[in-house]
Each structure stands twice: as structure tokens, then as C-alpha cells.
Ligand binder design. Structure first.
Ligand code: NDP
Length: 289
């Protein structure tokens, strides 16, 4: 039987509408419009598209947006100084540094991301927010895993008591996904490149999350019949062709529900960024009362 296709746009629309309503409420109550600054260094074409999409989404939802563009040759000190300015800027409640950074700055990535004030860290990458998530006091959670979990909730796919398997242990996707699912009472296993007999583990999953970065990595024989399969992977296999980590055609014959690529998780990520910006504005407005 063919799986239910979980289209990102359906869930992203709901997440964005909730963010729009909350932004409106904050504006009415405090006179403050939530604001997002996106810092981009250099001219990576894919990053420029993402940044444009973020500003467009802000415009649709009543969120102020500011683009901070730095040249490819920007120094670490210049970038840190811009982040310091944004940390002090009352119009800005969320700061995002677009990754990947240009080659000259890549080695300083942690130092740059850690310079963002944790209350404005809408990517949820700052160690303070990572720590809060792991002790269950999260407020700003990495957008991709937060969007996936919100999608499961909106789709009414049970998490409590489910066996969840995540392939990938990155700080951006795998690890925060583990914490979010664990907090919702899933039994979670995290797999990585040293995992032995991966297919035997993935076949036990009611919820299988693929965040590997390898096209077609998850095949039908790795999936339990009826499982929900979330494909986080984005792999460009030709100039205009993106695919996920899951062999969509074959797996959708076995799974109960599956996200497509493109048109799946990517749309949730940007919707959650909007929600995080509004959450950050609410927390900062509350802190100033
Ligand atoms: P990373 O490269 O940081 O992590 C990949 C993970 O996959 C690692 O933990 C790695 O294990 C694991 N892995 C690699 N090979 C194997 C293998 N043979 N068996 C089991 N595990 C393996 O990637 P990210 O987490 O940043 O991203 C993953 C994918 O998701 C990428 O395609 C990325 O583009 C996409 N992505 C999509 C987003 C969206 O909005 N949809 C947002 C963020 C990412 P080990 O740790 O041992 O090396």
C-alpha cells in the first residue's frame, strides 16, 4: 500500500500562521514588532536563495527583517563586531548567521555562533540553548528537528511510546532530534557511521529519521511496514535535481507515511525559524517588563 505523503507546505502553513498571530499579539501588547537579522558573508548562490526566502517569509508574517551582508574577504573581527551590534539592537530579537561560512572564516564557526546572545539565538546552536534543550528547559530549539517534531504532532502521528531511530548525530539535526523525541516519550536510538548492522536497528523503528547526506541511503528493506519515515537529507545530484537520503519510490511502498524531497522538511525549517523569532521576541519583551 502506498504511504501517506507528508507534504511540508501543509504543516509549514499552520506553523507560520501561528507565528503570524503571535507576532500580531506581541505588537498589540508591547508595540514591538519581532525582528530577525540574517548575516551572510560571501556569495554562495544556495545561501543567497535561502536568505531571500527567509526575508520573504518575514515580510508575510509581520516580522521585521534585516539583511547584513559582508564580503567574502570579511575578517573574523568584522563579523564578530556586526554580531555585537545586533546583540545590542533593540529592533532585532533573532540573529542567524548563514552557513556555510566562507573558507577564511570556517575555522572560527563555533566562536562566531557562540558570540550571538543566547536569547537571540534563533538557530538554537549556542551551547546555552543546547544545554537547555538537554535538560528539558528549551525555548530556542534548532529549526529543522523542531519542525519535524511539530509536523509529527500536527499529523497526529503518535510519538509517546514509539520506537524512534535517527540516522545521523550532528549538532544541527540528529542530537537535538534525539532530545525532542525523548522528551515526548519515544524510545530513541541514534545511529552513525560506526553503527553495526544498521538495517536491523532501522527495521525496528516506528519513526525513522534520515539525516545522513547520502542520496538513496535508506532502502525499502531497512523500513518496517507502516513506519513513518522523515527524510531530512538534501542532496544535489544534478544542477537542478535535489533528492533526499531515502529511496522515495521504493520506501513509499513500505512506509505508512513519508516526507518527500523537495517539498518536505525544508519548508518546515523556515517556518520554525519564523516561530523561533517570535518566541525570542516574546521572551525578550517579557524580560523587559
Ligand atoms: P552531517 O554531515 O553533520 O552528519 C551526517 C551524519 O550521518 C553523521 O552523524 C554521520 O556519522 C552519519 N553517517 C554518515 N554515513 C553514515 C553511514 N554509512 N551509516 C550511518 N550513519 C552515517 O549532516 P547534517 O546532520 O548537517 O545534515 C544531514 C543531511 O540533512 C544533509 O543532507 C543536509 O543537507 C540535510 N539538512 C537538511 C536541512 C533541511 O532544512 N531540510 C537542514 C539541515 C541539514 P558520523 O557522525 O559517525 O560521521
Amino acid at each position: 500500500m502506498a504511504a501517506r505523503i507528508l507534504y511540508g507546505k501543509d504543516f509549514a502553513a499552520k506553523i507560520k500562521e501561528d507565528a503570524r498571530l503571535e507576532a500580531e499579539k506581541i505588537l498589540k501588547a508591547t508595540g514591538v514588532m519581532p525582528g530577525l537579522a540574517v548575516v551572510i558573508a560571501g556569495h554562495d548562490p544556495a545561501s543567497e536563495v535561502y536568505v531571500r526566502n527567509k526575508h520573504k517569509a518575514c515580510g508575510e508574517l509581520g516580522i521585521f527583517s534585516l539583511a547584513v551582508e559582508l564580503p567574502e574577504t570579511a575578517t573574523k573581527e568584522e563579523l564578530l563586531a556586526r554580531i555585537d551590534d545586533l546583540n545590542r539592537d533593540d529592533r532585532i530579537h533573532g540573529i542567524l548567521v548563514q552557513l556555510p561560512l566562507p573558507k577564511g572564516l570556517a575555522a572560527a564557526e563555533s566562536e562566531i555562533l557562540n558570540r550571538i546572545d543566547p536569547v537571540k539565538d534563533v538557530d538554537g546552536f549556542h551551547p546555552v540553548n543546547v544545554g537547555r534543550l538537554s535538560v528539558g528547559e528549551a525555548s530556542l530549539v534548532p529549526c529543522t528537528p523542531a519542525g519535524c517534531v511539530r509536523m509529527l504532532e500536527l499529523a497526529e502521528i503518535p510519538i509517546d511510546g514509539a520506537r524512534a531511530v535517527i540516522i545521523g548525530r550532528s549538532n544541527i539535526v540528529g542530537k537535538p532530534m534525539m532530545n525532542l523525541l525523548l522528551q515526548r516519550n519515544a524510545t530513541v536510538t541514534v545511529c552513525h557511521s560506526h553503527t553495526k548492522d544498521l538495517a536491523a536497528i532501522t527495521r525496528e523503528a516506528d519513526i525513522l529519521v534520515a539525516a545522513v547526506g547520502k542520496p538513496g541511503f535508506v532502502t525499502a528493506d531497512m523500513v518496517k511496514p507502516g513506519a513513518t519515515v522523515i527524510d531530512v537529507g538534501i542532496n544535489r545530484i544534478a544542477p537542478k535535481k535535489l533528492v533526499g537520503d531515502v529511496d522515495f519510490e521504493a520506501v513509499s511502498e513500505v512506509a505508512g507515511a513519508i516526507t518527500p524531497v523537495p517539498g518536505g522538511v525544508g519548508l518546515l525549517t523556515i517556518a520554525m525559524l519564523m516561530q523561533n523569532t517570535v518566541t525570542a521576541a516574546r521572551l525578550q519583551a517579557g524580560a523587559k517588563k
